[in-house]
Write a protein that binds this ligand. Sequence first.
Ligand code: ZN
Length: 324
Amino acid sequence: MEKIQLATCIYCLRQGVKFNKDHVIPEAFGTYGSQTMTLTREVCWDCNAYFGDNIELVVARGGLEAIERIHHGLKPMSELNQINRDRISAELGDGPMVGTKIEPVTHGNIPQVGLKLKNKEKRDHFTLNQLEGMERLDLERYDTKATNGILLGADTRETQNHLISELGRLGIRFRETGRAPGANGRLPVDYSFVIDSLTMRMMAKIAFSYSAKMRGGAYLLKKDFDEIRRFIRYDERPIPRPVKPTTKQLLRNELRGWRITDGHLVVSDAVHPGRELVAHVSLFNQLPYRIVLCSSYSGKIIYRSFGHHFDFKNKTISELYPLA
Ligand SMILES: [Zn+2]
């Protein structure tokens, strides 16, 4: 007799629920026409909505991935104000104003002061918002009396006065001695971005949904995958952590500093029983993440690794071939 199995959601393990189309690569990171990789009977409506609203939306609007979306035109300019400034910041990486905080998306001005550190050529920069929130400042750290000891970054006289009065409140007297030179040409920008549990869960979810696509959803219902499943769905964090950024080079024929693609890469490795089953995800071929899908795999040997290249520019998906 043939067994009829009820479809089960690979994330919450519920049966008899409504299913929804799940994009292996969240739509915010590109679509691929008729090739778009989706799951239709593996992820339930609730889980799909939860991931979209709570993980993908947040990561797509803040972090390295958000900057890359803007650089590659995957984010309309009209939505720039939705970028979450708590998850990304940017500063000038060189020149006389090095360290100056700039607006991460438009590279516009941010009102701030730069205070020279004692015995160093470096400055600490504080935005007006940060100054306003400060009770006190460790004055011993700074050489505010030196020439160029205090830099004010303000584009109106009003903002400048506001900065000066905040400094005064914290015990620093500002006296204008000159104007800093304007920046000549293009300066490098250093970004700081958050990699947190939301980032990790999004990467793990891509790897997990990809594995469901390549190996079948039923396969991922095994107990082996409960830890990663619960991490992705409920933020239950196992120790050791299952997701880590790595320096691993995913494409063999790519030399350091020279990238063949800006597309996304997803790879799920071959595995032997008792070993870790590992996948890698690298959005925009930037920072790769190593994801342990299960720490001690109990199934049969999987001889093949699977990998795909998601080229959002040409809207194509192509298979990656492992070199033996
Ligand atoms: Zn579910």
